[in-house]
Design a protein around this ligand. Sequence first.
Ligand code: DC
Length: 303
Amino acid sequence: MTTTVARVDSAGGGLWADLTYNDGSVSSRKKATPEMSSTTDPVNPEPLIIAIDGPSGAGKSTVARLLASRLGLPYIDTGAMYRAVGLLAARGGIEPPLDDEDAAAVSGLAENHRIELSGTGRDVRVLLDGEDVSEAIRTPECALMASAVSALPAVRRALVAIQRRIGLQSGGIMEGRDIGSVVFPDAALKVYLTANPAERARRRQADLHAKGIEATVDEVRRQQQQRDLQDSTRSDSPLHVARGSVVVDTSESTLDEVVARLLAELDERMEIRLDTVGGNTVRSRNHGGLARRESAPIEEESS
Ligand code: DC
């Protein structure tokens, strides 16, 4: 079985796909075509896009990765792209808050550098001009910088264009702040995940700890408040619940409950059934309504 990961070379132009085999080897890169999407769909050839928005610590990444694995679709972390631009700005000596001069300097960064997402669902790597910055972009400082640069319309325009190209080519579970409102307002399913501030801070602190980054829950909570305020009050594409979104509060739910709820919502919206055949998810017309959940549970990808 192969896993296909589409990525856009934003500097050199063009869309590429990596074929990753079960043993981890990656075949020569090919120009992606619709048939290379990892989801086979004899009924509806349009790529399946699920938008997952919400504040940090609401569980978006975990839920999105699991859905991607269950549905055999790429996981597309748009926050990582903003973080990569934030890292570029920080390396250029810029610090938040940005003044007009900083904003002018940062505005061209996304267009003039190559930002790629590469790898399989569980180990997506973020490449900046070919350098693996997956760890470097995860610091709290980079998160604040990402939030600051993401308020700049020029940065958003460049990254949204990349995100749309990736989504249209391969479909995917796309996570961010404006996916359901701006990037893919017609996504098959739009989800807004949230959780109470204490729980969000607790989760984020545990994530950081697992990455070897130490911070107290109070510090994390203060940074989250600052980012929430910036992300939801900026004039271009602020974080909000997009029309038609399913709002799920994950504070008291298990991961399995959230994923089961979202699969049920998808099932109802698409009126299709989703079966796993030979490791691939196959979609077909679902005349039986909810039949899929009783008769053909989706199995997690084994690779
Ligand atoms: O999801 P994240 O925490 O890695 O995102 C980092 C920042 O990027 C976040 O504070 C706001 C910004 N962002 C955005 O504005 N739009 C997106 N689609 C994704 C992230």
